[in-house]
Design a protein around this ligand. Structure first.
Ligand code: GLC
Length: 560
């Protein structure tokens, strides 16, 4: 089967080797997308059954969050075996079949690779725990002696990315306390030692394993974190002037250069997309040099509040950072870690930051939905790559009332249960109005309840309902994704700000693509009268006339 996939991929890529520069990429969280066997957990067969839906949405590629064997201590970002699919999702044959079926519809596959850590149930870590300090098994990870008398203090005072300590102490074979090991995330996610050539080689082999099975590229998880300063210093007070012991270390770039060389060695070159959370745009851009990653996620835009000046600044900075290195920008409104846009944009504080996550933050969902629709049209019209997280195209709100006993995200525990964690955006999708089948999420007779409960009102968000409504979020997304291809200027026109000569201009975000297309968003409280010579071709609001833009609305216009 592998050979056939390669042949197919090659034919497709010959038509367009640069597909990734303006692709629309749909993110699937396999656990929550579609459940073919009715066990309450999504699976690969479920995805395969929904490929026609994805085709009709108009996407170019799917990015899957990890589908490998995993104890799911962090939703699959704790990989126990990269060369096998988690039995809850299917098996390797199912993955190959899915990659191939998608390709037949012109949809490419991007898989997730998590270089910073593996699962504590990975063979390597089990072997490390069973081996003595100083052994080659332990040298694949960061095992260190503790400080102080009897080594009872942690080797450093670093803080975990999920709060709390990033060190856990092991026990020696005689039961006495032993070395500590590093885990920047949960204790079930031990960090790998990237100075070890075995770690480097293993990842090249894993990439090859999946590229040979037809994957068109990889999403690189926590891409700025894998390399550590081997002296293990404390984090300096000012990391703008002094190097950070584990964020964006210069040695990372050689690793990604090695990956890029492998990716480029295919007849249908593979792509690398980095999850690079770095406020310093210069450092960010280094990852996008021509011999490193193709693109990286742009989290800045997603983090900004609903405000024209903020969004304008973010767009400008993003384009400025990408232009000199010739890499396309990416536009992201959410993902499996982020509060859903319709909930976020309906809040008083409408930007996103993990630190702001809390229970019972009021939101106006009608307002949030209007703004999320408008934001989808902004990101859809910007130059570069568009990411759509499953369920955003249905306008799903964050499920904020998940019963605490149902929450599985480790962030909830690590934040001492004062914030809800990330499961509220990971709830299984509603496909139909049939509640006996978890709103169509689960197929088969007598399915189990879904692994996270769905709110009762979600039948109204179902694909079945939205299909019939020309103004639904789903049909808006279809129009946006179609417009990115069918409107020549949106596909390739140059970007330029458009200054409208109107009284509320500071609260209007307007830009042109090419000579004939503009995207205009009204952030003010007044209805905007469009200047003459503009014809609305798509609006995020069902009420907008052809010459007006109501508040919290985006229109795409033809300049005539
Ligand atoms: C990334 C993933 C997130 C995961 C973390 C650790 O940020 O998006 O879901 O928890 O890495 O792997």
């Amino acid at each position: 089967m592998t050979e056939r996939i390669d042949a197919l991929a090659y034919q497709a890529d010959e038509r367009d080797l640069e597909w990734w520069k303006n692709a629309a990429i749909y993110q699937i969280y396999p656990r929550s997308f579609a459940d073919a066997n009715g066990d309450g957990t999504g699976d690969l067969e479920g995805v395969r059954s929904r490929l026609p839906y994805l085709k009709s949405l108009g996407i170019d590629a799917i990015w899957y969050t990890p589908w490998y064997v995993s104890p799911l201590a962090d939703g699959g970002y704790d990989v126990a075996d990269y060369r096998a699919i988690d039995p809850a999702f299917g098996d390797l044959d199912a993955a190959e079949a899915l990659i191939q079926s998608a390709l037949e519809l012109g949809i490419r596959t991007i898989i997730d690779v998590v270089p910073n850590h593996v699962s504590n149930e990975h063979e390597w870590f089990k072997a490390a725990l069973a081996s003595e300090p100083g052994s080659k098994e332990r040298a694949r990870f960061w095992f260190k002696d503790g400080k102080g008398q009897d080594g009872t203090q942690m080797p450093t005072n670093w803080v975990s990315e999920f709060r709390g300590t990033p060190w856990s102490r092991t026990h020696n074979s005689d039961g006495t306390p032993g070395e500590w090991y590093l885990h920047l995330f949960t204790p079930e996610q031990p960090d790998l030692n990237w100075t070890n050539p075995e770690v480097v080689q293993e990842h090249l082999d894993v990439l090859k394993f999946w590229f040979d099975r037809g994957a068109a590229g990889i999403r690189i998880d926590s891409a700025a974190l894998p390399v550590k300063d081997t002296a293990f210093p404390e984090v300096p007070e000012d990391t703008t002037t002094e190097p950070h012991p584990y964020v964006a270390r210069p040695e990372l770039h050689d690793i990604y250069r090695g990956w890029r060389a492998l990716a480029d060695s295919y007849d249908d070159p593979k792509i690398l997309v980095g999850e690079v959370w770095l406020p310093d745009l210069e450092e960010f851009a280094k990852f996008l040099r021509p011999d490193e990653m193709h693109t990286a996620f742009n989290f800045d835009f997603m983090s900004r509040p609903w405000d024209s000046a903020e969004m304008r600044a973010s767009i400008q900075q993003t384009l400025d950072a990408h232009l000199p290195i010739g890499a396309p920008a990416t536009w992201v409104l959410s993902n499996h870690d982020i509060t859903r846009p319709v909930t976020r944009y309906g809040r008083e504080k409408s930007g996103f930051s993990f630190a702001d996550k809390a229970f019972n933050v009021p939101t106006d969902l009608a307002l949030g939905t209007a703004r999320a629709r408008a934001a989808a049209m902004i990101t859809g019209a910007l130059p570069g790559v568009l990411y759509v997280y499953q369920g955003d195209e249905l306008g799903l709100p964050e499920f904020e009332d998940l019963p605490p006993c149902a929450i599985q995200d480790p962030m909830y525990e690590r934040y001492e249960k004062v914030a809800p964690g990330r499961d509220g955006c990971r709830v299984p999708l509603p496909w139909t109005v049939d509640d006996a089948h978890n709103f169509g999420f689960s197929q088969g007779t007598n399915p189990q309840p879904s692994w996270l409960p769905q709110p009762a009102g979600w039948r109204d968000f179902s694909v079945e309902r939205q299909d019939l409504d020309p103004h639904s979020m789903l049909n808006l997304y279809r129009a946006i994704l179609d417009g990115r291809k069918s409107i020549g200027d949106v596909a390739e026109g140059d970007f330029a700000w458009l200054d409208l000569d109107v009284p509320e201009s500071s609260e209007i975000l307007a830009f042109k693509r090419g000579e004939k297309f503009a995207c205009i968003t009204n952030f003010s409280k007044e209805t905007l009268e469009l200047p003459a010579g503009m014809k609305t071709i798509l609006s995020s609001s069902s009420q907008t006339s052809h010459t007006q833009v109501t508040p919290d609305t985006t229109v795409w216009v033809e300049l005539v």
